[in-house]
Design a protein around this ligand. Sequence first.
Ligand code: NDP
Ligand code: OXD
Length: 309
Amino acid sequence: MKISFCCTDTKAEPWLAGLRAAFPADHVEQWAPGAAPADYAVVWAPPQQFLDEQPQLKALFNIGAGVDALMKLRLPPQAAVVRLDDAGMSVQMAEYVCHAVIRHFREFDGYEADVKQGTWSYRKPRLRQDFPVGVMGLGVLGERVARALAQFDYPVLGWSRSAKTIAGVQCFSGQAGLDDFLSSTRVLVCLLPLTPDTQDIMNRQTLSRLRPGGYVVNVARGTHLVDEDLIALLDSGHLAGATLDVFRTEPLPAAHPFWKHPLITVTPHTSARTLREESIAQIAGKIAALHAGQPIASLAGVVDPKKGY
Ligand code: NDP
Ligand code: OXD
């Protein structure tokens, strides 16, 4: 069996060492143009040439949860695409989103500014029922985030493609449920995959539906959000702020207005990092299962090419 590693912007050696430790009798190699084709591949943003040279590939393992970049490429038709299924990301995402929501709700940004001025001041406590949090995307990450927020007694809503029942979360689904979901939400969290259906989903029209004083947390992909529409709604006062981890262009260009906007908090695509050891263990387990003859459909994280996630 041959496993190829082809990940842009990733230090290859530790991944190769981990995969070799899992498959000591097999060939695990970093891809180079013209190399012999592989049976399995571990990838992140691979060049098209790599994919074009894989006539016998059985599965491509993406070392992230989002496969939007991969789905834009011409994939070997016989190969399944498998994404990371949590692998230590959901707890990080829950921490990040809860931190952003609590920081805004409890006005910790305001207190930090006061303290820097040497000011000892109290703000009137806000009411939890005035801050319903809506999570768009109730998959592996979104459901964990929604449950974590519910632990703090925020009213929590969720929106997904198919209908769901999650304890403590008021669930909406499909286009028919979107407007009611948005108009009941004050803090909007995006955890959708990027697909043709979800691109630009946070725009002037949808963000205007949020309750006054709305707040946006985008931890999915930059292209879910129309940047100018966010800025216009912040400047008009309809929205109160945003915490953004992902951007249309990354790194965020130096001249982008998000950097200096007083109501926007920026982080560098770090809300849920790929954890190498967990990810290698997950991918190695799945390769071993496939190699032993288990059907692909039995694995978690297999991407449906029709849905694009
Ligand atoms: P999942 O595939 O498990 O969940 C996706 C969710 O989105 C599902 O609930 C799905 O609905 C819903 N959904 C998809 N399309 C639509 C639609 N058109 N309308 C309504 N709901 C829709 O993905 P994960 O939770 O694992 O990851 C989500 C995204 O988070 C990734 O795709 C990636 O972009 C982003 N991410 C960002 C990271 C970061 O560091 N910033 C790190 C990791 C991931 P249904 O359940 O009905 O299928
Ligand atoms: C991912 C990411 O999709 O890191 O896993 O954004």
